[in-house]
Write a protein that binds this ligand. Structure first.
Ligand code: FES
Length: 77
């Protein structure tokens, strides 16, 4: 699984670093094989009205990603 958490200015201000720290902690506890990246922008910030970071998981973009939403996404994978 390849996970990219945007840490560009917009996403960082909306809690991107908190999301990254949460995810890193969760993935370390699990046995899942993953690749975690932190791009500086996923080119989505000008395309939508959103209030939480953008995350790309296996090339699929998810917007407004809160910790709760991320938990739900990962449980579906
Ligand atoms: S800063 Fe996150 S998509 Fe641009």
């Amino acid at each position: 699984m390849k996970i990219r958490i945007c840490l560009g200015t917009c996403c960082h201000l909306m809690g991107g670093a908190d999301l990254y720290n949460f995810l890193e902690e969760q993935l370390e506890k699990s046995n899942r094989d993953f690749e975690l990246e932190t791009p500086s922008c996923l080119d989505y910030c000008n395309q939508a009205d959103y209030e939480a970071p953008i995350v790309e998981i296996d090339e699929e973009i998810h917007d407004d990603v809160t910790i709760e939403k991320l938990k739900n996404i990962l449980n579906q994978e």
